[in-house]
Ligand binder design. Structure first.
Ligand code: DON
Length: 241
């Protein structure tokens, strides 16, 4: 309450070190029981905001599905807060190719097609996806992760449809990613070693890296029952209302 640059606030040091104030402070101190912080001062709950892209997959009881991926792009976006709005502007300009052959912050190298031009929209890897089966939502899925977004989404879908994995295994099993340049296939640390050995003999180069994607997936069976999975790579969660 009282701490701050004394050039900007009323300096209360003398009051804080006064006998009278200190005696008063001791009056509600207990050697037996810790004082909950909320009893000391009003705690204002702070919403936790991730510093990157965020995805949410939703299905309601009527079968309506929503997949939303939203982004600031880099950490704190452009670092510019809208006056009076309280939110950051993104730095999506990085998703344009600044010039052919020059990588953006995700190492993606684009060409003329993605060069900066007035009224043009930059490329985006964001891939919020709803897979339909017989005209109805079957898989609702998406993830953050820059250029690895379509990779994670695609592999998760293939894992369900082609490899018949449970939604949890589909999301949490080891992923790989390749984007032409750099000339290396990124794999998660738990990627099967024998697969890597076989592929290395075929001239593939690998680099191990941290988690690829944080995929949030809902799979809806023929009876309309939904199984929701939050990626265990992060602090993601599932909520059922
Ligand atoms: O639209 C895109 O592809 C990027 N701006 C997404 C950035 C992103 O996912 C960053 N966070 N992980």
């Amino acid at each position: 309450k009282f701490m701050g640059d004394p050039d900007f606030i009323e300096d209360k040091t003398q009051m804080l070190i006064s006998e009278e104030y200190l005696k008063n402070r001791w009056r509600n101190f207990s050697f037996e029981k810790a004082t909950p912080s909320a009893e000391v001062g009003k705690i204002i709950a702070q919403p936790k905001e991730s510093n990157e892209t965020t995805h949410i997959s939703i299905i309601d009881k009527f079968g309506n599905a929503v997949a939303v991926t939203t982004t600031l792009n880099g950490l704190y976006g452009s670092k510019v807060v809208v006056k009076g709005g309280g939110y950051f502007l993104n730095n999506e300009m990085d998703d344009f190719s600044v010039k052919p052959g020059v990588p953006n912050m995700f190492g993606a190298v684009g060409g003329e097609a993605n060069k900066i031009e007035p009224n043009k929209r930059m490329l985006s890897s964001m891939t919020p996806t709803i897979v339909l089966k017989n005209g109805k939502p079957y898989i609702v899925v998406g993830t953050p992760g820059g250029t690895t977004i379509p990779t994670s989404v695609y592999q998760s879908i293939v894992n369900v449809i082609d490899f018949k994995m449970t939604p949890s295994s589909a999301v949490n099993s080891a992923k790989f990613h390749h984007q032409w340049l750099p000339e290396v296939v990124f794999v998660e640390k738990n990627f099967p070693e024998n697969t890597l050995k076989i592929l290395e003999q075929k001239n593939y180069k690998f680099e191990k890296r941290g988690g690829i994607g944080r995929t949030e997936m809902i799979v809806i069976d023929e009876k309309g029952n939904a199984t929701a999975v939050a990626d265990s790579r992060g602090d993601d969660s599932v909520a059922v209302e």
